[in-house]
Unconditional design. Sequence first.
Length: 239
Amino acid sequence: MPDSSPDISTGPRILVVEDEPVINRAVTERLRGSGYDVTQAWDGPGAVALFAESVPDLVVLDVMLPGFDGHEVCRRIQAERPVPVLMLTARDDEADILVGLGVGADDYLTKPFRMRELVARVAALLRRVDRAAELAAVPASELGDLGDLRVDVGARRVWVAGAEVHLTPTEFDLLVRLAGDPGVVLTRESLYAEVWGWAGATGTRTVDSHVKALRAKIGADRVRTVHGVGYALEPGGAS
Ligand code: CA
């Protein structure tokens, strides 16, 4: 049952979507204790309805839900209004994660997770939204020579060889960070810290998964992997 009790908190609004009562309540209590204004949904349709009603700043979204799953919820809410989404998954499964990234999830936590880590990830995602506005102020000239890759930072649009490609907010921020130093290898840890704002660096698979998704959109040879180190943008495509 949804908790519709009035909340006097004025912190950022978070929608928690989780059908397991123990986890939903624990996450909600912890986030409320951290100053967030939290609403709860317990299934797919309820999440979509409450998203429109409560206009949250961030969504914590379980994948396995009654009605329809978290991926479908993410697809529908992102189509309505871009919002940062932290997915909760039952298993550390690459295929599952890629599906989530494809529908616009920004970060992942694999169950079981520590509440402290959840709160840190939520705070980092919200900080990233603030930083996106700062990034928008970066003049295009600071992005260096990107060959036939064109990035309009202000409008958050990207073209490859004249054709526009649609990136998720996270993919875009990742691209802008890599494009800030073309050809330079950036470590997974630094990308995680700078793009996600999360200095813990335990979830480096998140970076790998987003790079994979970015490659699928802008061309695999444009992002070079330096094994065991990190990634570099190769503007003209690696030869
Ligand atoms: Ca579930």
